[in-house]
Ligand binder design. Sequence first.
Ligand SMILES: Nc1nc2c(ncn2[C@@H]2O[C@H](COP(=O)(O)OP(=O)(O)OP(=O)(O)O)[C@@H](O)[C@H]2O)c(=O)[nH]1
Ligand SMILES: [Mg+2]
Length: 613
Amino acid sequence: MSTGTLRIALVGNPNCGKTALFNQLTGGRQKVANYAGVTVERKEGRFTAPSGRVLQILDLPGTYSFDATSPDEQITRNVLEGNYPGEAAPDLIVCVADATNLRLHLRFVLEVKRLGRPVVLALNMMDTARRRGIEIDVDELQRRLGMPVVETVAVKRGGARALIERVDGEVPVAASALPDDAVSRAGLHAQVRTLLDATVRMPRATSALDDALDRWALHPVFGLLILAVVMFLVFQAVYSFGKPMSDAIGDGFDWIGAHLSIWLPAGPLQGLLKDGICTGLGTVLGFLPEILVLFFFILTLEESGYLPRAAFLLDRMMLSVGLTGRSFIPLLSSFACAIPGIMGTRSIQDPRDRLTTILVAPLMTCSARLPVYALLIGAFIPMHRVWGIFNLQGLVLFALYLAGILGAMLVGWVIKHMRKDRSEHALLMELPSYRVPQPRDVVIGLWERGAIFLKRLTGVILALTVIMWFISTFPSPPAGAAGPAIDYSIAGYLGRGLQYVFAPLGFNWQISLSLIPAFAARETAVAALATVYAVGGDAAAGGLAHALTTNFSLASALSLLVWFAFAPQCMSTLAVIRRETNSWRNVAISFSYMFAVAYAASLITYQVARLFL
Ligand SMILES: Nc1nc2c(ncn2[C@@H]2O[C@H](COP(=O)(O)OP(=O)(O)OP(=O)(O)O)[C@@H](O)[C@H]2O)c(=O)[nH]1
Ligand SMILES: [Mg+2]
């Protein structure tokens, strides 16, 4: 047997478990979630089979058919046909099919077979299939398809054993290509029906529990009500569970900061460690629990299968504002970060809908904005109970997220009315089975989120914080200077210059200055403010929140919150818009419309709030 590397590509309809199988085989941590279109890129991993042979595994975006034309499906097609730049066609195709939904998935299996290349069929989700009483005659299926068929359970340890044994053995010979008359669409349908009749016994088409749940979840009135309650509870939870943990971290850093001034002699080193790193980074790190709580809910919802239902419910509403139900999941991913959200739009087929989604995705509140929101809300909004059950801080946070969503709808609506072609597409979307989330996937997802956060914190945020500390400390004030030292530093001059632009929004020079590093990474605004106030000597008692409430009016705080809701997003987002749309023009449009909206909204907020507060 050959000991060379065997190159295997995983293909199949969306949501059949390709990535789960890939992770199981390679020990990878690619994102798995219960909706179609999770994987939008080609991902590669390695794995050594028991025989010692190295298998190189490719995870590919799901594809409904080779006729399909969305950008992610194109990648799969190019890889399989050997047209992907710099890559030969794979040695073996593992076609993954959801055993509970063979009526849909077998059609694609037949399309793959038509390629005339070596194929193994993995019948995945066999655990669910058995539970539902679906019986599959594997030998007969194998005989009729003319390719090896194995059963897998991608989410169970050892659930890919049969597949490993099969691919570690001899490489199957190429499936014979079908004669041309059998490949018309109607021909494929007929073939699938014949295959199903001969090999599968299905007690009923769908699960009774799914149907019962969907009667509520998809109900035009109760469905929307359930959606609203779910979203609302998530934000309440972020405050109720996240806040106490955040406070504990904040207290820890206060303690370290206080001791640094005892342990170290006064001077630049003490200043850098205490005001720069400990106060700046510590303040940002304090918001990690809130981010993790939010993601716990997002990941759980993703795995449950509920999200495509929400997309379905909102489809009508989204069409009326120039988006489609298909935009829902990319937009939801943008709550993590606009970058995966914008990349997720690859599963939107219509280029026009895709562009609209890309342009509004940065309006969704990314997790980098959470520290800024949490800081300002914590400082300015009292911890009241509203109607005895809701806390006011959670309500304000919810309102800010809502502002982003409504802003996106408004912009979508404007774009729709600016373009000539206003046709709408019906939403064709698969509703996956409901599933109890796998604790392992949720833990991996949280771990990945935490790791991304810490990497940003110790990378770009650390670097920017050190720079902020440096420019707020140097040059030292001239001898006999009367004002605070920081007024003579580079930061002081820079901030006062910027204040000309931002004073109408109610921003003082410290805030105006913090907007610059925020453009590289949002959270840095918090670190920058913490550092600038610490260097200025304002944050000594009561920390940053105290420094803010003494230097800052409620009207300015509201205006700043509104600014962060709409302001042009970080540089990396603009870079991704450039890459995904291949156009600087879209970057310019995106930046300028957001700047204009943010400026106008903050101006109105500040001027109105000043009248009433
Ligand atoms: N019960 C059960 N669930 C599974 C199995 N394999 C995958 N899943 C679940 O099915 C869902 C989809 O899995 P993914 O691996 O993301 O599917 P995919 O084929 O990569 O999907 P796309 O990337 O969208 O094409 C997730 O919720 C998984 O947890 C299985 O064998 N049994
Ligand atoms: Mg996938």
